[in-house]
Design a protein around this ligand. Structure first.
Ligand code: NAD
Length: 371
């Protein structure tokens, strides 16, 4: 199969859909790979690294879209990219169609076979192509929170690990899923005193078994949450209710009871945030203050560490990419229910029921296409 990877054109996106390592493996499987010139620059992969593994560099995105049988990207295709897709072509990338009728309409009009990273599943019921970005955002949260706590940034001036004779920062993580677990581990590794709140008892049991005394766990009742938030130097928001906006667990009135200069890192901002005072910010201007509390609410945190994010995403997408290239989309989806769950559109038909429901559109059962 001829696999093509264009440069990402969404503002502030530095990741790339294929690393040179992914290109090397695809080529070893007998496929051809074309990369738009400069596509890997933002992640630290230059053209020469792709050429060294046997990929071909092409000058423009038009060349990639015109030639490739499968397009591998990171972000949802922008309007100009959607216009270049065609029937029979496979698109493998993040799509997030449910809130995006314009994109959905264009993808259906293109006739392309569109497989969305975010709906591919795994055996344990997880989302294996979303998890790497949650891992990145979780591990980044204490790092940016520590920076937010610095005096020059408006913070309280508390050092995460303290020093001999001076206690560490108190960090509270609300939500102990993928983001929360990674955030808690890193915060504890920086020497902070960390407590994770979650409403799921099985999850709290797992965390206790797996991490022992590295951090404490508490049930996320309203009372426990309010008490711990009041005592915290840093609060990391990491809750998720699948398919719903994040619940507002900390209200504006609660800020008055927090320590002045405390830091809020609302990782759940991409679902609206779990603090009433959260609003999405950018890497250019990441923090703002409300009632003396510093807020960091960047909606695409992994973009700050594009190289790590590209490598982590590439590790997760590679087996699916190879399967699609080796077998074609139909056999690959027929053989693997988890990849089939990624199928969102094919030949002008919507193939993902939840997207159809969200947009009030007809969808077809993908099994009818695979029969
Ligand atoms: N800002 C970013 O760049 C970025 C990057 C990656 C992920 N995220 C977001 O981070 C959030 C968390 O993602 P995740 O992968 O960790 O999800 P997850 O499903 O792994 O974990 C969510 C956890 O929240 C818990 N929870 C739900 N309601 C709760 C409540 N009321 N109180 C306490 N805990 C509650 C759940 O039990 C679960 O353990 C999501 O909104 C995700 O989209 C943001």
């Amino acid at each position: 199969m001829l696999i093509g990877c264009p440069k990402e054109i969404k503002p502030q996106e530095f990741r790339v859909g294929m690393t040179p390592m992914a290109a090397l493996e695809a080529i070893a499987h007998g496929h051809e790979v074309i990369i738009e010139s400069g596509a890997g620059d933002g992640s630290g992969f230059d053209n020469a690294q792709y050429e060294a593994v046997g990929a071909r560099i092409v000058d423009t995105a038009e060349d990639v879209f015109a030639q490739a049988e499968m397009i591998v990207k990171v972000k949802e295709p922008q309007a100009v990219e959607r216009a270049r897709l065609r029937e029979g072509q496979i698109l493998f990338t993040y799509l997030h169609l449910a809130p995006d009728p314009e994109q959905t309409k264009d993808l259906l009009a293109s006739g392309a076979t569109c497989i969305a990273y975010e709906t591919v599943t795994d055996r344990s019921g997880g989302l294996p192509l979303l998890a790497p970005m949650s891992e990145v955002a979780g591990r980044l949260a204490p790092q940016v929170g520590a920076w937010t706590l610095q005096k020059a940034n408006g913070g309280r001036g508390t050092l995460m690990g303290g020093v001999p004779g001076v206690g560490p920062a108190d960090v509270v993580v609300i939500g102990g899923g993928v983001v929360g677990t990674h955030a808690a581990r890193i915060a504890a590794g920086m020497g902070a005193s960390v407590t994770v709140l979650d409403r799921s008892l099985p999850r709290l049991r797992y965390l206790d078994d797996a991490f022992g005394s590295v951090f404490k766990t508490r049930f996320a009742s309203a009372g426990n949450t309010a008490e711990l938030v009041m005592q915290a130097d840093m609060v990391i928001g990491a809750v998720l209710i699948p398919g719903a906006a994040a619940p507002k667990l900390v209200k504006r009135a609660d800020l008055a009871h927090m320590k002045p200069g405390a830091a809020i890192v609302d990782v759940a901002i991409d679902q609206g945030g779990c603090f009433e005072t959260s609003r999405a910010t950018t890497h250019q201007d990441p923090i703002y203050e409300v009632d003396g509390i510093m807020h960091y609410c960047v909606a695409n945190m992994p973009g700050a560490v594009a190289r790590t994010s590209t490598l982590a995403l590439g590790n997760a997408t590679l087996p699916f990419l190879l399967s699609l290239a080796d077998k074609g989309w139909k056999k690959a989806c027929a053989d693997d229910v988890h990849l089939k769950n990624g199928l969102n559109a094919h030949a002008g038909m919507l193939t993902y029921a939840a997207v159809g429901e969200a947009l009030g559109m007809e969808s077809v059962d993908p099994d009818t296409l695979l029969a």
